[in-house]
Design a protein around this ligand. Sequence first.
Ligand SMILES: [Zn+2]
Ligand SMILES: [Zn+2]
Length: 432
Amino acid sequence: MAVPVAQQRKLTQRSGNICAFPECGLLLTAQGTPEDPVVVLGEMAHIVAESPNGPRGDSPLTPEERNRYENLILLCNQHHQLIDSEGALAKYTVERLHAMKEAHEQRIERRLGGRSNVSSDLPPMVNDTVYSNVLPVTQMPRYIYGAPCSARRENEVRPAATSAGMMTPFILREGRLWAFQDLRDTSNPFADVVACTETERFSTKEWWTDPDRLGWYVALLNRSLNKLTGRLGLRLDHDHHRYYFEPEAAGVERSVPYRPLNASRATRSVVWQPKKRATGEARNYWLHRAVSLRFFLIGDNQWCLSVRPELRVTSDGFESIQAKYIGRQVTRKKSRLFNHDLLGEVQFWRDFLGRSTPRIFFPFGTDRQNLIVSTSLSSGQVRWPGIPAEHDMPFKNVEYVDDLFTWAEAEGLSEDDDPADEGDEDAEEMLR
Ligand SMILES: [Zn+2]
Ligand SMILES: [Zn+2]
């Protein structure tokens, strides 16, 4: 597949026909012979290689996207060879080449001093890495087992504790009990209530392609989340399908230790009674950190876990206050969980759920059957006008996530932020 002519032209023009490599400055056309008047020296180098096996080729870009202007950089032959050479690939990353190209094109524009025909209040486009609150599942159980079950209701089933730490989520559907443990094995945790000899086994992938079974599968995953969060001491808010912290004793605030990426320990308030900033007087409601967790399937057998930080409001640390009484206040608080705030919260939750390890682990008894979620944040490349200057935090590299987090904390945006302090008196009145 070749680079379309329009894309070639755009690249050559925007590069000023000069090699984009810093300090090179080589003009990429030269005077030739009378028979062949112009010699083209420029090479359109692929930032992400045209083929997946080529330099920087491991990318979700489609073959068509790989041959577009956005993925090409104009270089001289020498610099093209340099960036594609085996030993230099770690140095000339996709991000670095995009930055190189961006800087070069801006230099060309400035040097030429041309008058732009684009309205000047359009912000310049930048390449950014943005992080999402979605964690990739790196391993799903291979099989689901189902066997006829004598129990009619789920609360009649008491799975036996077998190996230490094993989670035993299950669902009852169509007279059968479904679980990740091998029900053919007579020492399985459900042996009391299932007919082991009549066990059926399905590959999980088979279930994902059937809409009904997919629903069952998600139910089983949700039971698994209940197990995980239960072990971590979180409570389930059935109405909102989210998990939250409760105080350990009435009237006592709570915080938990966690580890930011920079490995230093920190603590975070998880249940607290906000105080009025001016007087220090306690308000008449409590805030609880909460999280909505949801497994979902994207594309070809790739599962993800979305981590959505939320807040629960109670009157005394236990009794939930209905949304209609708190509406504006908490809505406003939520709507402020943007960018760095959100990342800081997601960072807290992934550390907490993963117990400060690189993964969230759901042990179902055997290596092949375990469910594992990576706690590395998914990221994607975007080209966009960027974050407005006042929020322009360094989102560009994963190592900056820490700075981001520290910054959010330093600004007091997450720990003791008090939604009523910014003067929503109506909302405050509603809580009195
Ligand atoms: Zn190349
Ligand atoms: Zn060059």
